[in-house]
Design a protein around this ligand. Structure first.
Ligand SMILES: Nc1nc2c(ncn2[C@@H]2O[C@H](COP(=O)(O)OP(=O)(O)O)[C@@H](O)[C@H]2O)c(=O)[nH]1
Ligand SMILES: [Mg+2]
Ligand SMILES: [Zn+2]
Length: 294
């Protein structure tokens, strides 16, 4: 079979997809592309973040069609995105106060998806130092990079930028934590919606809003409206302890090899509560474990 050798093909990345029309970025700039019918037959939906091959249909109008999707390194369920390199979880130190239960649910879901994550503790200008120090120590135990930030004081913004460089990052966390503000401070060209008013409007469109990747010049970033999941996405209770990385040094030391670290005697994880295992994190573990048992 002879393919038209004049067709120009490009390596592209999908930055947005709406109704089967994809905006893609390549070395030759932005194009708009449709997916070949074949994808539908194979039940493959191209996702934001996907790396694809594209055949250029018409250069003047920058249009083409996607011919192949390259194998995904990772897939995130919510927001649906492919090849995410880092999830930046933003929590506010105050206004709204940290909800450890929600935060840990989010962390568990990201861990379970096998994605690297970091935490930005934002609005540190509104919190006392003791609170910030404790948060950094507790969540640092899990091995997560924790970056204290403040938009008005521009604290930590450059550190955050450096940690995000060269990656496709998705920013997650509760509404009002300052996700959009932080991104705008780090990448002033992005023009994202921030503040209470736009959040309110945004909430109405919550479900229909499309994930969009922004090119920062040194990587890509996707802002999200909320991305707080309360339900666990396909996690078996036996996998839960593995989603708490700070438990790892102790899990092999428990008396029982199959210790769930809940009510067993001589549990090395429980013995570390308040030391190697932060109390707040352990309480969440126990609650989640019971929830997954029901
Ligand atoms: N004091 C303080 N306020 C902030 C900070 N970051 C964001 N805000 C404010 O918090 C509100 C919510 O911010 P926004 O970026 O829209 O949050 P998002 O919902 O997570 O995207 C806005 O009124 C921001 O001005 C911060 O570091 N310190
Ligand atoms: Mg926002
Ligand atoms: Zn145990």
């Amino acid at each position: 079979m002879s393919y038209n050798m004049d067709v120009k093909t490009l390596d592209v990345r999908i930055i947005k997809g709406v109704g089967g029309l994809y905006t893609v970025v390549s070395e030759a700039g932005l194009y708009r592309a449709r997916a070949r019918g074949l994808f539908r037959k194979e039940k493959i939906t191209p996702l934001p973040g996907d790396l694809c091959r594209m055949a250029v249909v018409d250069e003047p109008t920058k249009s083409g069609y996607l011919t192949d999707i390259l194998p995904r390194r990772s897939e995130l369920a919510r927001p649906r995105a492919a090849n995410v390199d880092l999830v930046v979880v933003v929590a506010a130190a105050a206004r709204p106060d940290v909800n450890h239960d929600m935060l840990n649910r989010l962390l568990v879901n990201i861990e379970c998806a096998g994605l690297p994550l970091m935490i930005a503790l934002n609005k540190t200008d509104l919190a006392d130092r003791a609170f910030t120090e404790r948060f950094l120590a507790d969540y640092g135990r899990a091995g997560y990079p924790v970056c204290p930030t403040s938009v008005p004081e521009r604290r930590g913004v450059d550190t955050l930028k450096a940690l995000m460089a060269g990656k496709f990052c998705v920013v997650a966390g509760p509404s009002g934590a300052g996700k959009s503000s932080l991104l705008s401070a780090a990448f002033p060209g992005l023009a994202l919606k921030t503040g209470e008013v736009s959040e309110k409007i945004g909430r109405g469109r919550h479900t229909t809003r499309h994930t969009e990747l922004f090119d920062t010049g040194r990587g890509f970033v996707a802002d999200t409206p909320g991305f707080t999941r309360t339900a666990f996405a396909g996690i078996r209770r036996g996998e839960l302890a593995g989603c708490f990385p700070e438990f790892a040094p102790f899990t092999g030391v428990c008396r029982f090899a199959d210790c769930a670290h809940v009510s067993e005697p001589d549990c090395a994880v429980k013995a570390e509560i308040g030391a190697g295992v932060p109390r707040e994190r352990y309480e969440c573990y126990k609650r989640f474990y019971q929830e997954l048992t029901e």
